[in-house]
Every structure is written in structure tokens, then in C-alpha cells.
Design a protein around this ligand. Structure first.
Ligand SMILES: Cc1cc2nc3c(=O)[nH]c(=O)nc-3n(C[C@H](O)[C@H](O)[C@H](O)COP(=O)(O)O)c2cc1C
Length: 151
């Protein structure tokens, strides 16, 4: 089963760490939406969309992709985010958007990510060292579940 994870991770590369571990676990292709053009999705079954959280939602490149990508009924999508303040479902907007387009969303993964935005930078940042090894192992477990569910 072909899998791909499209992501943006401009703040500290936090999400990129998560995406790379997930991709390695299931042999998925990865695409940095800020640097690379997304490929034709028609040959893929499992599609991940991932980024840091920016002002309460996923990165604008991920939102745009979710709005415009040529999804087909066979696609199975999952969402992932890293964030400074992990008390909310920041994937909600994108999931809603996808569901309105008829796209099947299998699940979401979230973990903390080192955050030096705004006032946090004067404190040396919050969530230092995150994602950590535990977060990455949880990401591996999550992607294995997504992979099984997409089959
Ligand atoms: C401009 C900006 C806005 C952010 N907004 C939020 C937010 O609304 N909620 C939150 O929990 N974290 C927020 N963060 C923290 C990031 O989501 C967090 O550091 C994330 O791990 C960054 O991921 P990345 O390194 O993959 O880009 C923000 C960071 C930046 C730079």
C-alpha cells in the first residue's frame, strides 16, 4: 500500500521529526509542502497531512492543500500536529474541511513541540526537547494503526 505524508515544519522542524519517524515505520514518501510540489495522489492510499500549529490551526500550506488536492474516494487521510499548548484539537478546521469534501479521515496525532513564538522566546521557549523519544514512539504506534485501518 502506497503512503505519503505531506507536511510543513518551519518553526523548529518539530513536525518534521514526527513525520520522518512515521514515514520510516511504514515506508511512506514525505513531501515538504513549503519546498516541494505535491505529486499526483492517485497512486496513494494512505495520506497524512501534518504541521506545527499556527494560530490555532494547521500551517496555511496544509490548509490550502486540503482545500485544493484532488482526493479520490479510495484515499484514507490522517492528520498530525505538534503544538506549544496541547489542550485543543488543532486539526479540527482541516478535518471539517476534508469531511465536507467527502474525504475519509481515519484519525489524528498530536504531541508537544518546542515553541519560541512571541512571549515564550523571552522565557527560552516552552516544550523544550519535544517531541522526545516517547512522542516519536507514540507516533510510530499511531501510524501503524493508520496503516492497518487503511488496508
Ligand atoms: C507563528 C506561530 C504561531 C503559533 N501558534 C500556536 C498556537 O496557536 N497554539 C499552539 O499550541 N502552538 C502554537 N505555536 C507553536 C508551534 O505550533 C509549535 O512550536 C510547533 O511544534 C511548531 O512546529 P514546527 O517546528 O514543525 O513548525 C505557534 C508557533 C508560531 C511560530
Amino acid at each position: 500500500m502506497r503512503s505519503i505524508i505531506l507536511y510543513a515544519s518551519p518553526h523548529h522542524g518539530n513536525t518534521k521529526k514526527v513525520v520522518e519517524r512515521m514515514a520510516k515505520k511504514i515506508g511512506a514518501k514525505t513531501v515538504d509542502l513549503e519546498k516541494e510540489a505535491p505529486p499526483d495522489l492517485s497512486g496513494y492510499r494512505l495520506i497524512g497531512l501534518a504541521s506545527g500549529t499556527y494560530f490555532g490551526t494547521l500551517h496555511q500550506s496544509v490548509v490550502k492543500f486540503a482545500q485544493e488536492a484532488a482526493f479520490i474516494p479510495e484515499h484514507r487521510v490522517f492528520l498530525a500536529d505538534t503544538c506549544g499548548m496541547g489542550y485543543k484539537d488543532y486539526t479540527y478546521q482541516v478535518r471539517k474541511l476534508l469531511e465536507e469534501r467527502g474525504v475519509v479521515c481515519l484519525g489524528r496525532y498530536q504531541c508537544p513541540g518546542y515553541d519560541t513564538y512571541g512571549p515564550w522566546k523571552f522565557l527560552g521557549g516552552i516544550r523544550k526537547g519535544r517531541p522526545n523519544e516517547h512522542d516519536l514512539r507514540m507516533a510510530e504506534q499511531f501510524i501503524q494503526r493508520m496503516w492497518k485501518e487503511a488496508k
